[in-house]
Design a protein around this ligand. Sequence first.
Ligand code: SF4
Ligand code: SF4
Length: 366
Amino acid sequence: MKVNPELIDEIKKYGAFDISACFNCGNCTAVCPLSKEDASFPRKLIRAGHVGMEEMVSSAIEPWHCYYCGECSSTCPREAQPGEYMMALRRYLIAKYDITGLSKVFYKTGWLQTWLTAGLFAAVLWLYNSYTGDFGALAGKIEMAFPVYVTIALGGYVLNMYRYAIVKPLGGIKATFKPTPIIETFIHGFTQKNINGCEEPDLVRWISHLLVMSGYTLTLVISNLHLLEPLNRLYGAFSPVSLLVWYAGLAIIVGGGSMSLRRIFKSSESSKFSHPSDWLFVVMMFLIGASMLATQYVNVTQGPASPLLAALYRVNIAIETVWIILVVPFTKWIHIFFRPLAVYFQHVKKEAAAGTAFTLQLGGSK
Ligand code: SF4
Ligand code: SF4
């Protein structure tokens, strides 16, 4: 097996600065409520990092099972922050799955992405402000282009994750089409139900995540189906579109606000350390929710001809454009897809070990 002696130093560049203090006692795995026999972490992956087992680390799906409850970090006798190591591994893996190599650059130099985002946002806003045509129609075209861009970016990630997690280590294309793993994958994706497996479930964190995720998914639906035309139509406060916007905006603001406060006050083990990309994520989410709510509020109260509405809608579209181009494909947002996929891949691995997985071979399939 190929050994990379630089591996642990490479992982440290994604966070997890204290992990060299680990003396391999195994306490973290013993207390981790989510670690199981067939998905054991975090000690095994810490050890793999230290001894340079790059293939094992690159094919790991365990970091996506971790909910960063922090129970391992608070009981580690060496204060090696194993929970933070799992987060660093997630960043490391995202950089691996990303075919453009941009995630790697952004994660290693977090400030770069923050400044690039601010610069791009200013440039997009300037372009929109200079635009003298039908801005509503332009916004509609941009909103319809988003799904194509996101689908291409996501497709690349998913295929690469599959290559690293299944094809390479298992030596071929394996899958399972049984209903149970597929249903479980969706349930985990929408509810993050494993967080309740933690010994002291952090309900505030779970609800905040749920609010942000549901609010953001709804925002994507509103944008991608081009449901909102605030410059062309007057909406009633309780019209179906307004109700969707109120929920999506408020859910993002409340959930994102709660996440930001936890990071500011470092109120739990999971919010003690913040990578610049974590801040970028919560701040951008907050801005999307606030600008969308403000746009809808002005439409309802002042009508579509209001100059304030036109200005707010430009800001909202500028933020969403930058978010989709730069933040969604290259940072932590993408993890909402990797977590459920990890659940599915875990089933595939189990079935492959038992010899019952669907296997695509050159000569046919079984
Ligand atoms: S991270 Fe801490 S608890 Fe885990 S094996 Fe290392 S020293 Fe032990
Ligand atoms: S943070 Fe929680 S879920 Fe993650 S490895 Fe540590 S104990 Fe396990």
